[in-house]
Design a protein around this ligand. Structure first.
Ligand SMILES: [Cu+2]
Length: 77
């Protein structure tokens, strides 16, 4: 599993948090999605063999939010 933190704009309320959590969390191999409403970040664990990072970004974009970039990414054992 890898962990990534994305900077995402357009997160304005708890509904947005739920929408993004579900959009990303529904992808195969994506877990522990955490949306920071104030910090405009979305962090999650993912298995790149099942859902590459670009697929997670696309799911968030398709849900109506603006992915600004990758803040951090690292492997976790
Ligand atoms: Cu909202």
């Amino acid at each position: 599993m890898e962990k990534a933190i994305l900077r995402v704009e357009g997160i304005s309320c708890d509904h947005c948090v739920k929408t993004i959590t579900k959009a990303a969390g529904d992808l195969l191999g994506v877990k522990n999605v955490e949306v920071d409403l104030k910090g405009n970040t979305v962090s999650f664990m993912f298995d790149p063999a099942k859902s590459p990072l670009k697929n997670v970004e696309a799911a968030i974009t398709d849900a109506g939010y603006d992915v600004k970039g990758l803040l951090k990414s690292y492997n976790r054992t």
